[in-house]
Design a protein around this ligand. Structure first.
Ligand SMILES: [Zn+2]
Ligand SMILES: [Zn+2]
Length: 390
């Protein structure tokens, strides 16, 4: 492990930033205190700071030398609607909200890198430090791009990092191509005529139809998708009826589907619509089907070869070749950093958070970011800057 001594020296400061952010979690597009905290630090390091991009996003620029090369590094800032179960001193003070995905750690690491680059950075060019809102389901990255992120900050390439429980602490995992899946949601409402439970023939039974529909939807991945392609479709909500002796007039179903390419994504969407409509028809019901009714879906997180090679070398130099897994299994989870990777070449890497001990998993009420990896993440960023901006 080759951590710069100046980064090691700021380990306690980064830990304090991380735990302060952890204590005050804010959710999508409401990260005002978080953004103010981050902006204040960046300004104190002497960076040019732009606030309010993508509602609550913050971007800081740092230029040095005469090169026109520009690199963007991105951290996410938002928390989740989860009630924390941890009891440590810095547990969430915002009821029902929690940093259960480690974005507190991501922000602290990027702040640490910004501080080092401002004070000691050995590079020639420009670094953009992006602190984005609303990664969790609300596509904050897309919002920043729509608000002019890459026109205001025209980076040549962009890099992201996410902690990953059950990868050993301080190890990395990285690969070119698809790293995380595309993600879409759907809603189906089946409607008919309510009736007495004892007289089903006088109405249409939406609940029997829903049961059949859920089973039929499971055949899409197993029977329509090429077995060599990965895909998953999960039903996650079903609501209908409110008593024992009446069949309701409607039932509402929600779910999600994920895969690694556009063809499979289009196939899943069209089969969901077909099967839902056909099932509704067969029960003499009407069907209302909506894909991504509330928020945009996320594209595949796709790492470009050249930038992945650079990031791989940086990680290997930092922690050793054996500590970098070059063949991780892509995750069916997704990431809105994918929107940035649609605009710019770049790479997304996983940094091990250490053993989960069963419940220190992402989006778990017992999760906590591992402060021991703050210096590794900050060092990765700094070395990436120094490798590319030469
Ligand atoms: Zn998350
Ligand atoms: Zn996350």
């Amino acid at each position: 492990m080759t951590i710069y001594k100046e980064i090691q020296a700021q380990a306690d400061t980064m830990r304090w930033w991380r735990q302060t952010l952890h204590q005050h979690p804010e959710t999508a597009f409401e990260e005002t205190q978080t953004a103010a905290f981050i902006a204040e630090k960046l300004i104190s390091f002497g960076l040019d700071v732009h606030q309010g991009l993508g509602i609550t996003g913050v971007v800081a620029s740092l230029s040095q030398g005469d090169s026109t090369k520009k690199i963007a590094l991105r951290a996410d800032m938002d928390a989740l609607f989860i009630t924390e179960k941890n009891q440590f001193s810095y547990k969430s003070q915002n009821q029902g909200k929690m940093h259960a995905c480690g974005h507190d750690g991501h922000s602290a690491m990027l702040l640490g890198a910004a501080k080092y680059c401002a004070e000691h950075g050995d590079f020639n060019g420009t670094v953009y430090f992006i602190f984005q809102p609303a990664e969790e389901g609300r596509a904050g990255a897309r919002q920043m791009i729509e608000d002019g992120l890459f026109e205001l900050f025209p980076a040549d390439c962009v890099f992201g990092l996410h902690n990953f429980p059950d990868i050993p602490a301080g190890h990395f995992a990285i690969k070119p191509g698809a790293m995380m899946a595309a993600f879409d949601c759907f809603e189906i409402t089946l409607s008919g005529h309510a009736t007495h439970a004892a007289m089903p023939h006088l109405g249409n039974d939406v609940l029997v139809a829903a049961a059949q529909l859920i089973t039929s939807l499971q055949s899409i991945v197993s029977r329509n998708v090429n077995p060599a392609d990965a895909a998953v479709l999960s039903i996650t909500q079903i609501h209908g009826g409110n008593t024992w002796n009446a069949i309701p007039h409607s039932v509402f179903i929600r779910g999600t589907f994920r895969c690694f390419n556009k063809e499979v994504q289009a196939l899943l969407e069209s089969r969901i619509k077909q099967i839902s409509q056909a099932t509704a028809d067969s029960f003499d019901l009407s069907a209302k089907i909506a894909i991504n009714p509330e928020n945009p879906g996320y594209p595949v997180t796709y790492n470009t070869q050249k930038e992945t090679d650079i990031a791989t070398k940086v990680a290997q130099t930092l922690v050793g070749v054996e500590q970098v897994n070059l063949q991780p299994i892509p995750s069916m989870g997704s990431e809105d950093f994918s929107f940035m990777l649609q605009e710019k070449p770049g790479c997304y890497i996983w940094l091990g958070n250490g053993s989960s001990n069963g419940d220190c998993l992402l989006h778990n009420p017992n999760y906590d970011f591992n402060d021991e990896i703050l210096t590794v993440g900050a060092s990765y960023w700094v070395r990436l800057v120094e490798s590319i901006l030469r």
